[in-house]
Design a protein around this ligand. Structure first.
Ligand code: ADP
Ligand code: 5GP
Length: 210
């Protein structure tokens, strides 16, 4: 039977490049499953319901909260965002490493419930580059960009709660480093108790047989 997958959270300031890094990671490796969140924010040009997000009305989102269908949810710059439970559990059971690309309030809730979750923070090289990326993306008006930069200045407080910090300067390197982190996490002793027990049993049989 395949080992249960690892749950990985990727957070970072809006515009740091999380979505870009995820896209590349998914296209290069096949053992990842990216959770698709539900949100009440409006789709950006080019975004499709069920691909980038499940786009919901506030009423629909609140019904999901009521029915306990979300692992976590948070309010971010005036909109709800939340992680649907069923898909994540199913993928972990199938041995996939599941990535949640979520903000920090939600991250802290998940870490409390599931302490074995790996927390990765993706940051841009500088604040100026962050502003350039947000403006360059061209998906938000200047007021929203301002609100997102303000939110980023509040979010720095949580950076030291993460397990890993990745600087997204060269995209390829950032993707490779993220993949390496996950590979290394698979080797942690705490994630391999079953294998250790197997060696103990196996060696006992051999040593008794000699
Ligand atoms: P996030 O998901 O963190 O909000 P995006 O993935 O949408 O950020 O990236 C924001 C903008 O920055 C996009 O226009 C993207 O093309 C660009 N970008 C992402 N990674 C890099 C990088 N390593 N170097 C330069 N630009 C990048
Ligand atoms: P965006 O509107 O740029 O797609 O996302 C805004 C913020 O919401 C980002 O920091 C993103 O990581 C976060 N986010 C996306 N989905 C979820 C979710 O399911 N839960 C939480 N807590 N945050 C989310």
């Amino acid at each position: 039977m395949k080992d249960r997958g690892i749950l990985i959270i990727v957070s970072g300031f809006s515009g740091a490049g999380k979505g870009t890094v995820m896209k590349k990671l998914m296209s290069e490796y096949d053992n990842y499953a990216l959770s698709i969140s539900a949100t009440t924010r409006a789709p950006r040009t080019g975004e499709q319901d069920g691909r980038e997000y499940f786009f919901k009305t506030v009423e629909e989102f609140e019904a999901m909260i009521e029915n306990n269908q979300l692992i976590e949810y948070a309010c971010y710059v005036g909109n709800y965002y939340g992680t649907p439970k069923e898909y994540v559990e199913k993928m972990l059971d199938e041995g996939k490493d599941v990535i949640l690309e979520i903000e920090m309030q939600g991250t802290m809730k998940v870490k409390e419930m599931m302490p074995e979750t790996v927390l990765v923070f993706i940051a841009p090289p500088t604040a100026e580059e962050l502003k350039n990326r947000l403006e360059g993306r061209g998906t938000e008006d200047s007021e929203t960009i301002k609100a997102r930069l303000k939110r980023a200045s509040e979010e720095v407080v949580y950076m030291d709660k993460y397990d890993y910090l990745l600087i997204n300067d060269k995209l390829d390197e950032c993707v490779e480093n993220l993949h390496k982190i996950v590979q290394m996490e698979h080797s942690k002793v705490s994630r391999n108790i079953n294998k250790i027990n197997f060696y103990r049993e196996d060696l006992k049989i051999f040593s008794e047989g000699e």
